[in-house]
Design a protein around this ligand. Structure first.
Ligand SMILES: [Zn+2]
Length: 51
């Protein structure tokens, strides 16, 4: 299956059994995307928390 990158809207191929918190890389723009929900499947831009 695939999801659309939230930044550039290109398709990012993902595996069926991704779990929440996994990080995906967009091939087009290089952004890191974090799986935020499984049902429904949702992703958001991954931002490292600064401490
Ligand atoms: Zn992208």
């Amino acid at each position: 299956m695939s999801v659309n990158c939230v930044i550039c809207d290109s398709e990012v191929q993902v595996e069926q059994d991704l779990s929440v918190g996994e990080i995906l890389d967009c091939d087009e723009c290089g952004v890191e995307l974090e799986v935020t929900s499984q049902a429904p499947f949702a992703i958001d831009v991954f931002e490292e928390e600064e401490k």
